[in-house]
Write a protein that binds this ligand. Structure first.
Ligand SMILES: Cc1ncc(COP(=O)(O)O)c(C=O)c1O
Length: 384
């Protein structure tokens, strides 16, 4: 018999986060929302630092940052020596891209649904060496994971040095088959960087199973860490990576280089063990399953109401699902602003091709009524 008390979700637990109750918050994926108790832990670290900054940085910080990295490593199925913190996923992707040498004629392959900032970082890294960016076109809506794989396979060639692939696509919420993409890329002689900005805490992770050379993620989105908390994991033979900012650790290996990139506030990184503990207490794998089921139910309700499609097959989503908006909507910014300003609803509206896509996210504090409110508000938006 299981005596564990059932975990409550929905508005009954919303006060665990400092969210404004007047806002219907459907964009957990955007920037994360930090639970109050993790913010309290961050304040504890800050207070501890301020009591004796020198003593802290010299004597406490080196061990504390490694302890936080070890906790994160165990959460993502990695060894602690392969895990370093970075301010965010963008910074960690830049570290990898700018540590690799490319040559004229080389290609870095990504997709047309990759996160825009990362596509720009790829373009920058490629252009500095005369290399080129190549982008596979992922069909939208996506019918099967095989179609994504085939699109990437069609663009892989002897020129491809690196494949940069999203684990969970920001635009659609679809999980891409990164394990199979890594195998395919390696067989073609390319290395693999997985951009898992949205993955930690939204889906279960195991670095060994994914088989990438590098994996980048955020702890401040779905893992509940304070904002500005990203990480990089490198496979054992792929740790010759430098942070975008070179400091004292240069030449002493990835861990030392990333653990100190100049003086900064490390409290977000040091709060990761508390964030993991919160994630586990509020359900862990059960929370992930509950959020995925709610996001799918919500998106299916919206798609049925609007007579439109989900961005992919039901089994490829986790806690974020994009739905095509009715064709009467043409301007993503205008619709997003109308929902936020006139209805207090925070969600994500993006244009891709000739359609607008609305992405809903589900977190512990959401419940089905939140999305019913969104549906009613979309009906009310006037385009005049
Ligand atoms: C796939 C992907 N990569 C990178 C990022 C950038 O994350 P950050 O702004 O935390 O660096 C995002 C942000 O949502 C994303 O969705």
């Amino acid at each position: 018999m299981n005596d564990a008390p059932a975990i409550c979700y929905g508005h009954a637990v919303r006060d665990l986060w400092p969210l404004d109750p007047a806002i219907n918050y459907l964009n957990h994926g955007g920037y994360g929302v930090t639970p109050r108790e993790v913010l309290t832990e961050q304040t504890r670290w800050r207070d501890r630092i301020e009591r004796n900054p020198t003593g802290f940085m010299v004597e406490v910080y080196p061990g504390a940052i490694r302890a936080a990295a070890a906790a994160l490593a165990s959460f993502i199925g990695a060894d602690a020596d392969g895990v370093v913190f970075a301010g965010n996923a963008t910074e960690a992707c830049n570290a990898v891209l700018r540590s690799l040498d490319f040559a004229p004629g080389n290609e870095i392959l990504t997709t047309d649904v990759a996160y825009g900032a990362i596509t720009k970082a790829i373009r920058y890294a490629a252009s500095r060496c005369g290399a080129a960016l190549a982008a596979a076109t992922i069909p939208l809506p996506l019918a099967t994971a095989d179609d994504a794989l085939a699109a990437i396979a069609a663009k892989l060639s002897a020129r491809t040095r690196l494949v940069v692939i999203d684990h969970i696509v920001s635009l659609t919420g679809c999980r891409l088959p990164v394990e199979r993409i890594a195998t395919l890329a390696h067989a073609a002689g390319a290395r693999v960087l997985v951009d898992g900005a949205h993955a930690p805490g939204q889906i279960a992770l195991d670095m060994a199973t994914i088989g990438a050379d590098w994996y980048v993620g955020n702890c401040h989105k779905w893992l509940f860490a304070p904002r500005a908390c990203g990480f990089l994991w490198g496979a054992p033979d792929a740790r010759d990576i430098h942070p975008p900012v070179i400091s004292h650790g240069y030449g002493s290996g990835m861990v030392k280089e990333f653990d100190w990139t100049g003086t900064r506030d490390p409290s977000a990184f040091l709060s990761v063990p508390a964030a993991i503990a919160f994630h586990r207490r509020i359900g862990g794998t059960g929370l992930m399953a509950r959020n995925a089921a709610l996001a799918l139910e919500a998106a299916s309700m919206l798609a049925a109401r609007w007579g439109t499609d989900l961005a992919g097959p039901r089994d490829m989503f986790a806690a974020m699902v994009a739905v095509a908006l009715p064709e009467r909507f043409k301007d993503a910014v205008r619709l997003r602003n109308a929902l936020a300003q006139a209805h207090g609803i925070e969600t994500v509206v993006q244009a891709h091709g000739d359609r607008l896509w609305l992405r809903v996210a589900a977190q512990a504090y959401n419940e089905l009524g939140d999305y019913e409110g969104l549906a009613a508000a979309v009906d009310m938006v006037s385009l005049d």
